[in-house]
Design a binder for this molecule. Structure first.
Ligand code: HEM
Length: 504
C-alpha cells in the first residue's frame, strides 16, 4: 500500500513538474516570438490606450507631424491613429523601394469609412482586387483610345483655353478669385473625355457638379473626417460627413441623368467618350450572358465619378498654385514670359513647344514639387505579411507613402523648401528630369491621369502666361500669398485674389 501511495505521489509530483516544465517552455516560446516580432516591427512613439498617438500629432497638418517624427524614428515608423496601426514611409528611396520594388505587397488601397461612403468599393480609386484591376485596365486603355495625353486631348485643351481666357477677360485686370473659372476649364477636359462633350460655365448642372466634387475633396481631408475614419461611431455628430453624403447623393442623381441621356442616343459605331465605351461593353457582356461581370451600373457610376473628381481638383489646384507663385515671384514670371515671347511669340502654344521651353517646363515641375498637392498620397494597405528593410509589417496594415517627404527630401533637393526652378535645369539651362519628382506617386496605384495632367498643365500655364501678367490684388503684399496651403485631400492655395492683366 505504502509502495502504491509513494508511486502515486511520485507520479503526481512528476506530472506537476512536467506540466510546469511544459508551461515554462510554452512561455519562453511565446515571449521569444513576441519579442522577436516586437524587435522587428517599425519603431514609433509609444501609444496611449484608445487614442494611440493622436494627442501628439497635429491633425490639421498630419503630413508635417509625420515628417517631423521621421527625424526621431527614421524612414519607416509606425504611429497609432486611435487603435489603428499605421506605417509611414518617408523619403524618396524608401517610398520608391516600397511602391515599385514591392509593388504587390504595398499596392492595395486602404478604404477608410469616408472613402467607403464616397465609392462603396467600386470604380478605380477606392477598390481592390479583380474589380480594381479590371476597372483600371479598362479606363487606361479607353482613355488612351479616346486621345488622353495625345493629339485628341491637345485640341480639346486648346479649345478650352479660349473659353477660360474669356472668363479672365471679364474681370478687365481687376482682382478675382481664380478657383471657379480654373476648375470649370480643367473639369471640361476630363468631362469631354468621359461624357463626350464640354459644358458651358453658365450651366448650373455642371458648375454644381464641379463645386460639389471640390467640396468633397476639401472636407474629405478635414480633421473631423479624419476622426470619423478612426472612430466611425462619431459619424452622426460629424457635420462634414453629412456634407459628403449629401454631395454624393446629389452627384449620383445628376450623373444618372447624364448617363441615361447618353444611353438613349448610344451608337456602338460612334463612341463619344468613356461612358459610351463602358455602356457598349456592359451591353455586350449582358448579351453574351457573362456571369459575375464587372461591367455593371455601380462600377460605371463610380469610375465616372473617380475620373471626374481626380481629373478636376488635382490639376485645377496645381494650375492655381502656378499662377499664384508667378504673382509671388515676379522675377521668375519675367523669365517665363521672356522665354515664351522669344520661342513662341504670339501663336497658340502647342505640346511640341515644351522641348524648346526648358525654363517654363522647369517652373511647372517646380510648382508641382513645392505645391505638393497630395502630401499623404492616398492611403495604401499591405496585401500580405511583408518584411521590408528588416521590419515586419502585418497584412492589412495601413501604409502612408509620405509624398511630401519625397518632394521635399533634403537628400534629393538642393533647396527643398524654396521655389527654385533650377532644381530642373542643368548648368546650360537645359531641362533635366529628377528621380525624386514623384507628385503622381509610383507603382501599381500610380496616378492614371499623369499624361493628361502634364499636358493640361503645360498648355494652360504657357497659354495663360503668354496672354496675362499675374499680380497680387492692389494693396495686397506678395507676402500675403502664403505657401503653406489649406489642407483637404489635396493641398490648396489659401483663398486669394489675383489680377490677370492682358499682355497680348
Ligand atoms: C496634377 C494633377 C494630378 C496629380 C498631382 C495626381 C496625383 C495622384 C496621386 C498622388 C494618386 C494616388 C496614387 C497612389 O495611391 O499611390 C493619384 C491616383 C489617381 N489619379 Fe491622379 N493626379 C493628377 C491628375 C489626375 C487626372 C487628370 C486624372 C484623370 C484622368 C487622375 C486620375 C487618377 C486615378 C483614377 C487615380 C487612382 C489610381 C488607382 O487607385 O489605381 N489623376 N493621382
Amino acid at each position: 500500500m505504502a509502495v502504491v501511495e509513494s508511486l502515486l505521489q511520485f507520479l503526481s509530483t512528476g506530472a506537476l513538474l512536467g506540466a510546469l516544465l511544459l508551461l515554462l517552455v510554452l512561455y519562453l516560446l511565446y515571449s521569444g516570438s513576441k519579442s522577436q516580432k516586437e524587435v522587428k516591427e517599425p519603431p514609433g512613439p509609444k501609444p496611449l490606450p484608445l487614442v494611440g498617438n493622436l494627442l501628439t500629432l497635429d491633425l490639421t497638418r498630419p503630413f508635417d507631424s509625420f515628417f517631423e517624427l521621421s527625424k526621431t524614428y527614421g524612414n519607416i515608423f509606425q504611429v497609432f491613429l486611435g487603435p489603428k496601426k499605421t506605417v509611414v514611409l518617408v523619403g524618396y528611396k524608401t517610398v520608391k523601394e516600397a511602391l515599385v520594388n514591392h509593388a504587390e505587397e504595398f499596392g492595395e488601397r486602404d478604404i477608410t469609412p469616408s472613402f467607403r461612403i464616397m465609392n462603396d468599393e467600386h470604380g478605380i480609386i477606392f477598390s481592390n482586387g479583380e474589380n480594381w484591376k479590371e476597372m483600371r485596365r479598362f479606363a487606361l486603355s479607353n482613355l488612351r483610345d479616346l486621345g488622353m495625353g495625345k493629339r485628341g486631348s491637345e485640341e480639346k485643351i486648346i479649345e478650352e483655353i479660349q473659353y477660360l481666357k474669356g472668363e479672365f477677360d471679364k474681370f478687365e485686370g481687376k482682382a478675382f478669385d481664380t478657383t471657379q473659372p480654373v476648375n470649370y476649364a480643367v473639369s471640361n477636359i476630363i468631362s469631354s473625355i468621359v461624357y463626350g462633350s464640354r459644358f458651358e460655365y453658365t450651366d448650373p448642372e455642371f458648375t454644381q457638379m464641379v463645386d460639389r466634387a471640390n467640396e468633397n475633396v476639401h472636407v474629405g481631408g478635414s480633421t473631423s473626417v479624419m476622426l470619423y475614419n478612426i472612430f466611425p461611431w462619431l459619424g452622426p455628430i460629424i457635420k462634414n460627413k453629412r456634407i459628403i453624403v449629401n454631395n454624393i447623393v446629389q452627384s449620383r442623381q445628376q450623373m444618372t441623368k447624364l448617363i441615361n441621356g447618353l444611353l438613349e442616343t448610344l451608337n456602338p459605331h460612334d463612341r463619344r467618350g468613356f461612358v459610351d465605351s463602358f455602356l457598349i461593353r456592359k451591353q455586350t457582356e449582358e448579351k453574351s450572358g457573362k456571369k459575375d461581370s464587372y461591367f455593371h451600373q455601380d462600377n460605371l457610376m463610380e469610375s465616372v465619378k473617380d475620373l471626374f473628381i481626380a481629373g478636376t481638383d488635382t490639376t485645377g489646384t496645381t494650375l492655381r498654385w502656378g499662377l499664384m507663385l508667378m504673382a509671388k515671384y515676379p522675377h521668375i514670371q519675367d523669365q517665363v514670359q521672356e522665354e515664351i515671347d522669344r520661342v513662341i511669340g504670339e501663336r497658340q502654344p502647342v505640346v511640341d513647344d515644351r522641348r524648346n521651353l526648358p525654363y517654363t517646363d522647369a517652373v511647372i515641375h517646380e510648382t508641382q514639387r513645392l505645391a505638393n498637392i497630395v502630401p499623404l498620397s492616398l492611403p495604401h494597405v499591405t496585401s500580405c505579411d511583408v518584411t521590408f528593410n528588416g521590419y515586419f509589417i502585418k497584412k492589412g496594415t495601413t501604409v502612408i507613402p509620405l509624398l511630401t517627404s519625397v518632394l521635399k527630401d533634403p537628400s534629393e533637393w538642393e533647396k527643398p523648401n524654396s521655389f527654385y526652378p533650377e532644381h530642373f535645369l542643368d548648368e546650360k539651362g537645359q531641362f533635366i528630369k529628377r528621380d525624386a519628382f514623384m507628385p503622381f506617386s509610383a507603382g501599381r496605384r500610380m496616378c492614371l491621369g499623369e499624361s493628361l495632367a502634364r499636358m493640361e498643365l503645360f498648355l494652360f500655364f504657357t497659354s495663360l502666361l503668354q496672354s496675362y501678367r499675374f499680380t497680387t490684388a492692389p494693396g495686397a503684399s506678395k507676402d500675403d500669398l502664403d505657401l503653406k496651403g489649406v489642407v483637404g485631400l489635396t493641398l490648396n492655395p489659401f483663398p486669394h485674389k489675383l489680377c490677370a492683366i492682358r499682355r497680348s
